[in-house]
Write a protein that binds this ligand. Structure first.
Ligand SMILES: [Zn+2]
Length: 335
């Protein structure tokens, strides 16, 4: 699924070809793209419209059209925009006919992508504000803001980071990469991160997103540039999709678990597990997302917890390395 770096890559490639151009006609072949607005209304609104600017908000491409109209395009899982392809590929959903003989196609095998045409900046901002939280790589993306919106939240930090209404643009790839860079386990409850951890995570989110933009996005399944080329960030993942490989920092084996229903990649050496997730069977790939809910009786994580006097939980904790060994061995393929 395209995330912020992939959508930003599309925006950067599209803007020079689209800004200043006029949409002579838009042929919307799939009514799902504009639902609930009828296709005919959107086609009529786009006909003859001049594109003034191509912007981005979270994972939305925001086309500013003349007359204070705005086309908000979301690629969802498999959407792609292809400029002047030699022929219509399968799953073409929208054809934009531009002036000077150029064509732009929206292609989407899974058909989850959307295009919404709104009039007025207020309508545009309201649409986006209802769906998107704070935008990384902007001055507003501060440690204080993140701490504030996470207060009292027991959801695992990975689920929190994935929630577009809290942080815009971060999806499964960049959440894993950012949590690894920050040394924070994805199951740690969001509301229990320390100020120092939030500062590291804020920085790590921006570093992971910037690395993704630099590599022109990651192509795992369908993501394509406007000329059909692939991104290269998939070759630079630190932990994402690297189950069974050594951690690039400490050499421990990268493991896969399921957090918030998503395949999640961690190094237990660099990302210490929160205590509630150290119980046997918890947080493993086969476990349900419900395990992510932390026990309210959990002790605060971090050095303070390690320094306090031994209690009943410490006995269980001392057995943890042994359990991890067992888990690692159990992953060795049977002959
Ligand atoms: Zn490591």
């Amino acid at each position: 699924m395209p995330e912020l770096p992939e959508v930003e890559t599309i925006r950067r490639q599209l803007a020079p070809h689209l800004e200043g151009r006029t949409i002579r006609a838009a042929e919307i072949l799939d009514p799902r793209w504009t639902r609930p607005t009828p296709v005919a209304d959107v086609q009529r609104g786009l006909r003859g419209a001049r594109v003034e600017r191509v912007g981005r908000s979270g994972k939305y491409l925001v086309w500013k059209l003349a007359g204070d109209r705005h086309l908000l395009v979301h690629l969802r899982m498999t959407g792609a925009l292809l400029l002047d392809p030699p022929a219509d590929p399968p799953h073409t959903r929208v054809r934009f006919e531009l002036d000077r003989g150029h064509r732009l196609l929206y292609v989407d095998p899974r058909r989850f992508g959307t295009g919404h045409l709104v009039t007025g900046e207020a309508a545009r901002d309201a649409y986006l504000a209802a769906r998107l939280g704070i935008e990384p790589l902007t001055p507003e993306f501060t440690t204080e803001h993140l701490r504030w919106i996470a207060r009292g939240r027991n959801a695992p930090i990975k689920a929190f980071v994935l929630d577009q209404r809290r942080i815009a643009g971060v999806g499964n790839i960049y959440a894993d990469e950012a949590l690894f860079r920050a040394g924070i386990h994805p199951l740690r409850p969001a509301g229990r991160l320390t100020g120092a951890q939030w500062a590291r995570l804020r920085e790590a989110i921006e570093a992971a997103l910037s690395a993704g933009i630099e590599a022109r996005g990651a192509t795992i399944d369908d993501f394509r540039h406007v000329d059909g080329a692939r991104g290269s960030f998939q070759d630079r993942f630190l932990v994402h999709r690297r189950e069974g490989e050594p951690c690039p920092v400490c050499g421990r084996t990268i493991r896969k678990l399921v957090v918030a229903g998503r395949g999640t990649y961690v190094c237990d050496g660099c990302q210490p597990r929160p205590r509630a997730a150290r119980r046997p069977g918890v947080g493993r790939a086969a476990a349900s997302p419900a395990v992510a809910v932390a026990s309210p009786s959990e002790s605060p994580p971090g050095p303070a917890a390690a320094a306090r006097t031994p209690g009943p939980r410490d006995a269980a904790r001392s057995a943890a390395p042994e359990r991890r060994e067992t888990r690692r061995e159990s992953r060795v393929p049977k002959p």
